[in-house]
Design a protein around this ligand. Structure first.
Ligand SMILES: Nc1ncnc2c1ncn2[C@@H]1O[C@H](COP(=O)(O)OP(=O)(O)OP(=O)(O)O)[C@@H](O)[C@H]1O
Length: 606
């Protein structure tokens, strides 16, 4: 019931169109029902000599225009009348098809827009947990299933109801006993259909889930195709795909077997019912209990009645499928959107940041960050070093309020972070993510994507700071060079620098580089950091890096281990302390020395 309500909610704004479609199908059914009655009248009262059981005004009309004799000698008039009825029936069927299709398209558009809108507002955490392939399937295939149901089957339910009412009413008025025979197997067909509906619903769900798993494998494989190639994992990936593909095929086979079994056995029941009408009807005609015309009406109504009832199985199956799709869509919509995204203070951020005894964990029972405290003044650079998984990204994510801290305080310019409007905060703080994502657009569009009406000179300026301007100008199409999906036509370092330019162009007072200089060489890294220092505004900069040379000239360096600050201070102080910083510095220094020696040794003697 909840799902039906949801469906009706999605239909808001299109209900009038659906009402029109239902009306059209009702009128079309009336004309469809009328045609066998005209045949009965022709067989019994024009060709035969039965009394004309027609309304008086029709009788008067026929009588005034030549009577029965005229019709008998001009049977084409009856033929023409039947054609007219068929054409009117066709017009109503056309209107029904048109209106229901327009309404269904509009509903599907509504659902897609609602889903997309909702996905944009779900918390960051949601997107780190769900599979993209699964989401894509829900936004496409599941919406399509609902669209198809609403456009075709939904209205068919109305048709079945109309046929049932009109034909039973006419049949009962013609002959009660024959009507009982005509409907004798209908409860069995209906029962059979309903049982089948419940069985098949489960099979459809399994098949859909298998399809989703298959899309996920495909999507992951295509996104990570370069990793697969680099690690020569093609066989593993192909095996994985084959497995999911076979599971999908098996689930679909099962479904098809069920459907085949249903169609064949229900066909048998339907023809048995038509046969019963035929045999019993012929018996009644032979014994003069009903007319031949009445038998023609019963046979033609029986076909009109029994097949749509059998079709009810298909309709209910599709209804079941649509309800499953609706449930899957609803699962997304039921996720709460990010809390208070546009609520809170919108201070003019200067960049003084303080962490005071901050603790945070993704799960209730495990802290990722413990008792973190430090202060950074506007314009200073703070660097964070730590082993993998020590909590560096988590720490800067807190600053953007992608997650909220559990304990302690984070203050920006003295204002508690939780009081600041999330949307505003994210507009004020620029972050270059660990894995930069570039759109399939030109480099210029990629850099300017976060700012409206951006000026070309600002794009150039940002690119110069990111040390990518000259590289871009060297490309044949310069800034108009289209970047392939995920930026594959650029090198890792170039991609990182375009992403840096994209962040710099926003003129944020706080910048975060989450290991974003890892793919650039030391010289470019230095050039970028120097340009950042020369920027007009005082920018508070967070740099996460594993490379000591990137961190060494920071005003404050934090060393994280297991979510705790184990060392902090300037480079000169830290290299004197025994600890992680000194260890990494020593290793990196000796590596560099070795590389230098190797380079000297291989240099040609002048
Ligand atoms: N969305 C999440 N849900 C649950 N746990 C997470 C989530 N993101 C990160 N973690 C866990 O939190 C811990 C810290 O992760 P984080 O990404 O902050 O580390 P990091 O120091 O930035 O690592 P790296 O240098 O590898 O990027 C890890 O154990 C990680 O598995």
């Amino acid at each position: 019931m909840k799902k039906i309500k949801l469906l009706l909610k999605f239909m808001e704004g299109n209900r009038l169109l659906y009402f029109g479609a239902v009306l059209a199908i009702g009128l079309s059914t009336c004309f469809e029902i009328l045609i066998p009655l005209v045949l009965k009248f022709t067989i019994d009262s024009i060709i035969g000599d039965q009394p004309m059981e027609i309304p008086n005004w029709i009788w008067n009309f026929i009588h005034a225009n030549g009577g029965r004799a005229l019709l008998l000698h001009n049977l084409w008039i009856i033929g023409a009348f039947i054609i007219i009825l068929t054409v009117i029936n066709g017009i109503f069927l056309y209107l029904k098809g048109k209106w229901s299709a327009v309404a269904a398209e509009s509903v599907a558009k509504n659902i897609r827009e609602r889903l997309y809108n909702h996905l944009q507002h779900l918390p960051f955490d949601y997107h780190t947990k769900v599979e993209t392939g699964e989401l894509i399937q829900r936004c496409t295939s599941d919406v399509e299933t609902i669209r198809r149901f609403l456009s075709i089957q939904f209205i068919e339910i109305g048709r079945v109801i109309f046929i049932l009412i009109f034909s039973l009413w006419v049949m009962a008025s013609l002959n009660g006993t024959m009507t009982l025979v005509a409907v004798s197997l209908i409860p069995i067909v209906l029962f059979f259909t309903l049982i089948f509906f419940f069985k098949v619903k489960k099979a459809f769900k399994i098949s859909d889930e298998c399809e989703a798993r298959l899309s996920t494998v495909l999507q992951e494989n295509l996104s990570g195709v370069r990793v697969v190639r680099a690690f020569a994992r093609q066989k593993h990936e192909i095996d994985k795909f084959y497995k999911k593909n076979s599971e999908y095929r098996d689930a679909t086979y099962k479904l098809i077997r069920l459907l085949a079994w249903f169609w064949s056995s229900s066909d048998f029941l339907c023809f048995l019912q038509i046969g019963a009408v035929l045999v019993f009807g012929v018996y009644l005609v032979v014994n003069g209990l009903i007319t031949l015309g009445t038998l023609v009406v019963f046979i033609s109504y029986e076909r009109k009645l029994i097949f749509p009832i059998r079709q009810l199985g298909r309709i209910l199956t599709d209804l079941g499928k649509s309800l499953v799709s609706l449930e899957r869509i609803n699962e997304i919509l039921e996720n709460e959107i990010e809390d208070g995204l546009d609520k809170g203070k919108k201070p003019d951020i200067k960049g003084n940041i303080e962490f005071k005894n901050v603790s945070f964990g993704y799960d209730e029972d495990r802290n990722i960050l413990n008792n973190i405290s430090f202060k950074v003044k506007a314009g200073q650079t703070i660097a964070i070093l730590g082993s993998t998984g020590s909590g560096k990204t988590s720490l800067v994510n807190l600053l953007l309020r992608l997650y909220d801290y559990k304990e302690g305080h984070i203050k920006i310019d003295g204002i508690e972070l939780k009081e600041i409007n999330k949307k505003w905060l994210r507009q004020q703080i620029g972050i270059v993510l660990q894995e930069p994502f570039l759109y399939s657009k030109t480099i210029k569009e990629n850099i300017g994507i976060t700012k409206k009406n951006i000026k070309e000179k600002d794009v150039f300026e940002a690119s110069k700071i990111a040390a990518i301007h000259d590289v871009i100008l060297d490309f044949e199409n310069g800034y108009e060079t289209t970047v392939g999906e995920r930026g594959v036509t650029l090198s890792g370092g170039q991609k990182q620098r375009v992403a840096i330019a994209r962040t710099i162009v926003r003129n944020s007072r706080v910048l975060i580089f989450d290991d974003s200089l890892s793919a650039v060489d030391s010289e470019t890294d230095l050039a970028i950091r120097r340009s950042l220092k020369r920027m007009k505004n005082k920018v508070t900069t967070f740099i996460i890096s594993h490379r000591i040379s990137t961190l060494s000239d920071a005003d404050i360096i934090l060393v994280l281990e297991d979510g705790k600050i184990v060392q902090s201070g300037k480079h000169d102080k830290l290299i004197k302390e025994n600890g992680l910083y000194k260890r990494i510095w020593t290793i990196q220094n000796s590596l560099e020395e070795e590389l230098e020696k190797e380079a000297m040794g291989s240099a040609p003697v002048a």
